[in-house]
Design a protein around this ligand. Sequence first.
Ligand SMILES: [Zn+2]
Length: 458
Amino acid sequence: LNKLNLFIIACALFANMIFPQVLNQEKEKHYRETALKITREALTENVGYELLRELCEIGPRLSGSENSLKAIYWAEQKMKDMGFDSVWLQPVMVPHWDRGNIESAVIAGTGKELNISALGGSVPTPDEGITAEVLEVKNFEQLDSLKEKAKGKIIFFSRELDHGLVNTFAGYGGAVDQRSRGPIKAAAAGAVGVIIRSVTTLHDNVPHTGMTSYVDTLPKIPAAAVGNIDADFLSDALKKDPSLKVTLKLNCRTLPDALSYNVIGDIRGYEKPEEIILTGGHFDSWDAGCGAHDDGGGCIQALESIELFKRLNIKNKRTLRCVFFINEENGIKGAIEYARFSDSTKQNHYAAIESDRGVFTPKGFSFDADSALIQNVQKWLPVLRTAGIEYIRKGGSGVDISRIKNAKALIGYVPDDQRYMDVHHSANDTFESVHPREMQLGTAAIAILVYLIDLEGF
Ligand SMILES: [Zn+2]
């Protein structure tokens, strides 16, 4: 940096302090009126919430399952019924793992059954199950230090997420390695099976599943999550009898890849139809509960947030596109296919917004964009506050949109996260766990952001 450059930067910073970027009063008044209209409509009509009810009645939507296809055709029809200008299904091959109908873990000689759920992608046990002693460890380092002792055993990874962290995603991130890489580490130590304490903030007995992984150079050993209460039980039982055995039985399996689809719907823009503002979520879910928060609700928010433009007769300059990506949970094949399509057909994405952190009370938006853009959009906060948005921050967007290369901003919708890990990837993720006002307010927040991006631009 030479002195002149430094001087220019200093002047720019100074100017920003004296003249913070604000909307002019007329504009702000007009935008706030529209934002109020959007928010009132979302809160009183509950259109998205009722759509989520219908979606949840179809059941869980694990990639490759019959239910997932039912849901995909349902969504296609809904977008058509809403009068979108074009609606299409984008074919993509997805992994097809099936849980089967046997999953049990019994403490030998006691009949005590632990409440478990096979981890996504797990191999099955032999028909008679695996009966082995259990070695409890808190982390990979401890496992490494006990190496010889792990041979022939079932490794019980029992570390809880850190309840002391305010951000539950950070807590999750600090404990989820047991699930995602536990079977690799355990196999490397010569173990024959894995049980992990569920990664959850709730102290109930519901097991939480999620993707696990293997490497081809090591034996693939079966793996399951156990509910928190039974994790405590097993831990206590091991203290009393370190040589106790557990019989683990799973008949899950990986089937050949299956044909599936991303669901895409466009509302064409009147002025710059080639510029796309995308809203989306992932349409697949885990197979317990119905994926109401993860991510059925996020998808419906993405859908309703642009459908509100039609319902309220708000004209959009740019094309609004809703995408339900398939297979985020165990492959991300939908996002990869959409990005490939986007690159090869030169789709012009102006911005993309993803909702995949649960459908709780709105907090903010996380922008993956350059700092000048983020500073500029801070002036929209007085309008976004209408739907409870408190901040716009620099940060990650979402797994599915993060592969889109040419957008000016990739944006993650951030709701309150305190209850998300209670339901995440488990039978707790039901329609009943969604509060209509919280979900609908989030929809309004996303719709208002789309409105501001479309009208103001970056
Ligand atoms: Zn998700």
